[in-house]
Design a protein around this ligand. Structure first.
Ligand SMILES: O=C(O)c1cc(C(=O)O)c2c(n1)C(=O)C(=O)c1cc(C(=O)O)[nH]c1-2
Ligand SMILES: [Ca+2]
Length: 676
């Protein structure tokens, strides 16, 4: 039966702080992004177990009309589901049948894609007292009527429209406030996080993560302290500084503290940003804030003076763990830099950090919680192969913590990247579209300045946070696998880059069930109960920053949400196969243009189209697999609005015809070089 607007209104009106807390007893619903305020993604439902998981079948699937990355965790309450797809579009569905209730499209201008680093993705909505909240890729926060999909209020979160601010993260609701940060630290921005009144949309507080122009008054005492850790000689505030809080938050209602992970430096290269060194607070840190006032309470910096895009914006989990003979309230974190951290969340005290993948930038942490950096890792005079790379040992893909096994399930990976100091980089020429954008590094992933020591890999890692060691792992053919879910049925669920959805035994790691799902998976699953039956849903759609560049499956279906239940028998939808598999040939070019074309390609094309000729492309065409005619007539696309609706900007004011000729030489030249 279709859910009426009145029924949806009645169901969603009851979702508030008390309801989210009450849900912790049984996890019948999935009312907030990480399931609970602690963001454990551990469901107490045990209708699906290691015994019956083999009988899982498709209950329903629903197309999301989305050709780019789908990163959202669905929110589900009493059979009403809200999930987002690319371009921040919200879908309301009946979780019993998959039937569409409404669709809300915030109409993000499609050429805004060029202002973001990492695909036009969205990680989901928040729900509170009859309203659904979504952050849009172009930086707005919108409150929508949960019953009808009509917008109620909208706020522009962007402080400076000349800069490249985006939103990809899911808002969180703490104490009746909608809290959202922004992305953009690859393009020169200053990070901040803002709280709005859920009812009215009025702004309540804003906390900046890095200092602004020291000639102006500091916003608060935390900024005065931070400024002392930056060298002002390069005028970091003009480049922005970075520290964007683009994804993770968690909330401890007893301590009344919220936690947020801050991002990388902007530009990446500290030699450029703060030439005299310094920790550059509060980059790459966990920060505790008062959720009612935004006041800074404590911080722990994981990567002092970040120079590697080692954002700490990855998923935060709160747990109680026995440490040295007593139970402590801890915060668990596995950020990009490859170390697994256990921190006392009452005061920020460092408890431990151990590498969970191969790490080259640091040898470990001292007793005070400071990393012991590897000599040469800052690549001043010599290129450095950094592992993990900017793709992260673990990126935004949520992990989960099962208190029954005591294990954290991490979508882990190793993707090397060579960074080389770029002496020609100038802060005042760091605008998007300039060579090397706002990074300040030559990136050898692209230019192959140093041969990689390691091949990219991905695995599901079951990590014991008390012993700080691996319990088990499952290897994958590719990095960039989906987020995880764990349940009281002793299960772990994960989608993979090669297009499967898998259930494992949470204790042993044995594979118990799997199904193909038509596309690579990056999002995390959710589970919930409707009419006494447990369902597991996962939104599928290959994408995100690595997903734009490379793919591990020939299946390229559009975004879709799948819902599984024991004994369900709906037929799986048809899949789509990638047909772009032939390297381009026959485009004439001047070989002298190839090297220059490479630099232009990196700063203008790489972030979306990937490395020509590698792995035949992700969810955006790899241009080395084009028809020759596309390259010879490229000007008709590049200097027009022809593909604007798909996110390809008009480059008329960004590139000259001569520059385009060089880019095409690079694409055809690379295709010729990699052809077997
Ligand atoms: O520095 C930033 O502001 C920022 C923002 C985002 C984002 O908003 O998606 C990503 C990153 N950085 C980033 O470094 C990164 O690896 C990344 C991956 C993804 C993704 O959705 O796949 N987003 C982002
Ligand atoms: Ca970043």
């Amino acid at each position: 039966q279709t859910l009426s607007a009145d029924k949806i209104r009645e169901i969603t009106a009851g979702v508030d702080k008390a309801a989210v807390l009450a849900n912790e007893a049984e996890s019948r619903h999935w009312p907030s992004h990480g399931l609970d305020y602690a963001e454990t993604r551990f469901s107490k439902l045990d209708g699906i177990t290691t015994e019956n998981v083999g009988e899982l079948g498709l209950a329903w699937s629903h197309g999301l009309n989305s050709r780019r990355g789908v990163e959202a965790t669905p929110i589900v309450v009493d059979g009403v589901m809200f999930v987002t797809a690319s371009w921040s579009i919200v879908h309301a569905l009946d979780a019993r049948s998959g039937e569409a209730l409404w669709v809300y499209d915030p109409k993000v201008p499609r050429d805004y894609a060029y202002k973001g680093c990492c695909d036009v993705v969205n990680r989901g909505v928040a729900l509170h007292r009859g309203k659904v909240f979504v952050g849009t890729y172009d930086g707005r926060l919108v409150a929508i009527d949960a019953a009808t999909g009509e917008p109620i209020w909208e706020q522009d979160t962007v402080i400076d429209r000349a800069k490249s601010y985006t939103i990809t993260g899911a808002p969180r609701i703490y104490n009746g406030k909608v809290i959202i940060g922004n992305g953009g630290a690859e393009f020169g921005v200053r990070g901040y996080i803002t709280a709005y009144d859920a009812e009215t949309g009025a702004q309540i507080w804003r906390w900046f993560s890095v200092p602004g122009d020291p000639a102006k008054p500091f916003e608060d005492i935390s900024m005065a302290r931070a400024a002392a850790t930056w060298d002002p000689s390069a005028k970091y505030w003009e480049a922005g500084g970075g520290g964007t809080m683009w994804d993770s938050m968690a909330f401890d209602p007893e301590l009344n503290l919220m936690y947020v992970g801050t991002g990388n430096g902007s530009p990446w290269n500290r030699h450029m940003r703060s030439p005299g060194g310094g920790d550059n607070l509060y980059l790459a840190s966990i920060v505790a804030l008062n959720p009612d006032t935004g006041a800074y309470v404590w911080h722990y910096q994981q990567t002092p003076g970040d120079s590697w895009d080692y954002t700490s914006a990855q998923h935060i989990i709160l747990a109680e763990l026995p440490i040295d003979g007593r139970t402590r309230k801890v915060l668990l974190h596995a950020p990009k830099n490859g170390f697994f951290y256990v921190i006392d969340r009452t005061n920020g005290e460092f408890l431990s950090a151990e590498p969970f993948v191969e790490v080259t930038w640091a040898e470990g942490y001292d007793a005070n919680g400071r990393p012991i950096e590897a000599p040469g890792a800052r690549a001043k005079d010599k290129a450095w192969e950094t592992i993990p790379s900017a793709f992260g040992a673990h990126n935004w893909h949520p992990m989960s913590f099962n208190p029954q096994t005591g294990l954290v399930y991490i979508p882990a990976q190793g993707v090397p990247l060579t960074q080389q100091h770029d002496p020609d980089f100038k802060l005042d020429t760091h605008l998007p579209g300039r060579p090397h954008s706002n990074l300040g590094w030559n990136l050898g992933h692209m230019l192959n300045t140093v041969a990689p020591k390691a091949k990219p890999f991905g695995h599901l890692l079951a990590w014991d946070p008390v012993k700080q060691e691996e319990a088990w792992r499952q290897e994958y053919v590719s990095p960039w696998n989906g987020g995880t879910l764990t349940t009281a049925g002793n299960l772990v669920f994960q989608g993979t880059a090669d297009g499967r959805f898998i259930a494992y035994d949470a204790g042993s790691g044995a594979t118990l069930w799997q199904t193909p799902v038509g596309s690579g998976v990056v999002a995390a699953p959710a589970t919930y109960e409707v009419d006494g039956r447990q369902y597991v849903s996962v939104a599928v759609g290959w994408g995100g920053v690595y997903g734009m560049l490379e793919r591990a499956t020939e299946r390229v279906g559009p975004g879709r949400i799948y819902t599984f239940a024991v004994g369900a028998k709906a037929p799986m939808p048809a899949t789509v196969t990638n047909t772009r598999t032939t390297l381009v040939a026959g485009v004439t070019y001047d070989p002298e243009h190839v090297t220059e074309g490479a630099g232009l390609y990196v700063s203008n094309c790489l972030f979306c189209h990937g490395v020509p000729g590698i792995n035949n492309g992700g969810n955006i065409p790899n241009l080395a697999y084009s028809e020759a005619g596309i390259l010879t007539n490229a000007a008709a696309i590049v200097f027009s609005d022809a593909l604007k609706e798909r996110g390809m900007p008009n480059f008329a004011d960004k590139l000259s015809e001569d520059e385009l000729t060089r880019i095409i030489a690079f694409i055809q030249g690379t295709a010729d070089a990699v052809r077997p």
